[in-house]
Write a protein that binds this ligand. Structure first.
Ligand code: NDP
Length: 323
């Protein structure tokens, strides 16, 4: 038997149970891995609460981990027993061991330890596609990033600064503002009530070509109001709740704006894209350009406490669950 945090129904953190589960066997195309570290992500909250629909019940939530391959099923050639691997974006993560489609695994460079890998695969690959593909951040850009002291946020701030951008980070407290500045945000704004006015002041009226908004419902209007004409609203998360239906005419009235609602799944669906996105992340982390802040760890069996902290906005940077 192995241990896994499973939900049998959706709801609050209390629905997560530390269950005994039969040890899975890898079928053709799969690998069995022993997980040394598991990543905590906001998407885990969405699956637990029911905002995102569970494919089946009971469900082992979690989308990210790092560990060693124990065995592979028939036909698997990209990894072998003993390999150090990591992944993001495959449900079934909150477990001591798990099977996974082998083509979703990437091999870890020796320089990246399991905790760092589990902390960065999902949030770091997200930061990569957001600033390298959804909108390609370039030297001289000024950009807005919400939840700038969070998991995706701290990575995005560092990476965008490295690319030559001026980051305006939005956070909820002075302590988080300090942290965001220490990780590359040139400016910080506390709360979103005066965001557009602050962006106007900082940019001398020009506003910004892109807003990365992971907060959703609460910040939608403030984000649109911070964009320059033809600017791109990247609405990539719902920490405060999903953005309600809106009148598309608003985009015209606010300056012929663009909106996208991207997901990591689309940007890493092809194997070649997964390798490129992960490869760029490994490069900036190995070079020390991006430092992964593992600011909280919890035993995996205490995942409920980790969810409570995340939802209460008590965490900063990345959080790792230890099997
Ligand atoms: P974070 O570490 O960023 O935690 C969420 C943060 O959101 C909080 O710390 C808080 O920062 C902020 N926040 C604002 N309003 C609320 C609220 N009402 N309740 C809770 N938090 C709030 O999490 P992650 O780095 O794991 O994820 C960041 C976001 O990015 C999430 O929305 C997630 O869904 C999204 N995401 C999207 C992906 C995609 O491909 N589309 C992939 C990965 C993540 P503060 O206190 O400073 O406001």
């Amino acid at each position: 038997m192995i241990k896994a945090i499973r939900i049998h129904t959706t709801g609050g953190p209390e629905v997560m149970k530390w269950d005994d589960v039969p040890r899975p066997e890898p079928v053709p195309g799969e690998a069995l891995i022993k997980q040394e570290a598991v990543g905590l992500n906001y998407i885990d909250v969405y699956f637990r609460s029911g905002l995102y629909k569970a494919p089946s019940m009971p469900l082992t939530i979690g989308q990210e981990g790092a560990g060693s391959v124990i065995a592979v099923g028939p036909g698997v050639t990209n990894v072998k027993p003993g390999d150090r691997v990591a992944y993001a974006g495959s449900l079934g993560g909150y477990a001591t061991e798990r099977v996974i489609a082998a083509d979703r695994l990437v091999k870890l460079p020796d320089s990246i330890d399991f905790r760092t890998a589990a902390a960065m695969m999902l949030q770091g690959m997200t930061a990569q596609y957001l600033i390298r593909r959804t909108y390609r951040v370039k030297e001289g850009d000024t950009i807005v990033a919400h939840a700038a002291a969070g998991g995706v946020g701290l990575i995005l701030c560092q990476w965008a600064k490295y690319l030559g951008a001026t980051v305006i980070g939005v956070v909820s407290t002075e302590q988080k503002a300090e942290l965001a500045r220490a990780h590359g945000a040139a400016h910080t704004v506390i709360g979103h009530a005066n965001l557009a006015a602050e962006v106007k002041r900082i940019t001398g009226g020009a506003m910004v070509p892109v807003v990365y908004d992971s907060v959703g419902k609460d910040t939608w209007n403030a984000s649109l109001d911070s964009l320059a004409p033809l600017g791109l609203m990247v609405s990539y998360g719902n920490a405060s709740g999903p953005v309600p239906p809106f009148d598309i005419g608003v985009l015209s009235a606010k300056g012929s704006l663009y909106v996208t609602r991207p997901s990591l799944a689309t940007y890493t669906a092809k194997r070649e894209d997964l390798e490129k996105v992960a490869g760029e992340l490994f490069e900036v982390v190995s070079k020390g350009v991006v430092k992964i802040a593992v600011n909280q760890t919890f035993p995996l069996k205490d995942a409920a406490a980790a969810h409570i902290a995340l939802e209460a906005r008590k965490t900063t940077g990345s959080t790792v669950l230890l099997p």
